[in-house]
Design a protein around this ligand. Sequence first.
Ligand SMILES: Cc1cc2nc3c(=O)[nH]c(=O)nc-3n(C[C@H](O)[C@H](O)[C@H](O)COP(=O)(O)OP(=O)(O)OC[C@H]3O[C@@H](n4cnc5c(N)ncnc54)[C@H](O)[C@@H]3O)c2cc1C
Length: 323
Amino acid sequence: MTTQHIAVIGAGISGLSCATALQHAGYNVELFDKGRGIGGRLSTRRNDLWQCDHGAQYFTARHPEFILQTEQWIQTGVVAIWDPVLQVYQDAQWSKPQTKLHRYVGTPGMSAPARALAQDLSVQTATTIQSIAHNAEGWSLTSTEHGLLPKHYTKIVFAIPPIQVAAILGSHSEKISAVTDSIVMQPCWTVMMQFDSPISMPFDAAFINTGPLSWIARNNSKPSRKGEESWVMHATPAWSELNLECSAQDIGPRMIEEFRILGGPQPATWSAHRWRYASSDPSISIESVWDSATQIGLCGDWLNGGRVEGAWLSGKTLAQKML
Ligand SMILES: Cc1cc2nc3c(=O)[nH]c(=O)nc-3n(C[C@H](O)[C@H](O)[C@H](O)COP(=O)(O)OP(=O)(O)OC[C@H]3O[C@@H](n4cnc5c(N)ncnc54)[C@H](O)[C@@H]3O)c2cc1C
């Protein structure tokens, strides 16, 4: 059999899981990501003094295959259980959540399991795929940074949010476009706060079900975190959408004020990040899409429930369909 070359666009957890399965099956796989690092929304901001996970906060594992993968990550030290003091805030009342789940985090930061998967793969970062084209030799890709890439590929996998797929795909696959056109991604404003010393709050993490905030967490309460006390806050999709085009300078003080209303002190420093494509609305459960006519595949969290586990399974099921 001639080796088939496959391009995977997006080195988040879905693209990495798809590429891993394809490579195990003997395909020659190359991943491309526009970011400087690997892991997409599994992401940590850090400097010399502090670190803070500002995308996915933790993940859960319910599917037997993902449970197995999580156990392997724990054994190799890139994932650990996080057991925070957890609260729920609703209608001016604090309560304990009813669910007793294992919550897992990457160690020392959320992208650690993604980087572990990438170790055995060929990943080209800082490469924003702009367009694709097809000729007798196969698929070619053009990136913003490098222009036309030298190789041709027999198959292409899109492991990126739907609006970004649509921009690259053009009219190459009606089957894929029909799916990407049906989904809208929602934003999430995030604020990371640093304090000179540990602060006293009655929780390490809280689901906030009233007002602009949806989540607050003490990043240092996660295992293997280094540096000064840091906290992260996420705003709700609705509030983030309403304030999408505001500046980070405007958003920071407004979200910090919400934190102060909930009893938090003023941070020493803070920074804000806008996730334009944080979560999907609606979140569908078709796992992945393979268009055999064009040899183009689609995976990502937004096709499978919208979380880390769903993203990993989406990539894996796409590889199975392609094989
Ligand atoms: C604020 C926030 C909080 C979250 N909290 C949780 C949580 O607590 N638990 C949970 O399970 N999940 C959570 N999630 C969701 C979780 O992060 C995602 O489900 C998962 O990481 C998605 O993986 P993915 O591979 O589908 O996509 P992504 O991680 O988005 O990966 C896509 C990759 O494609 C790259 N890319 C995009 N366009 C291009 C292009 N044109 N060319 C090249 N590369 C491109 C991007 O740089 C990115 O690396 C959260 C997400 C956010 C944003």
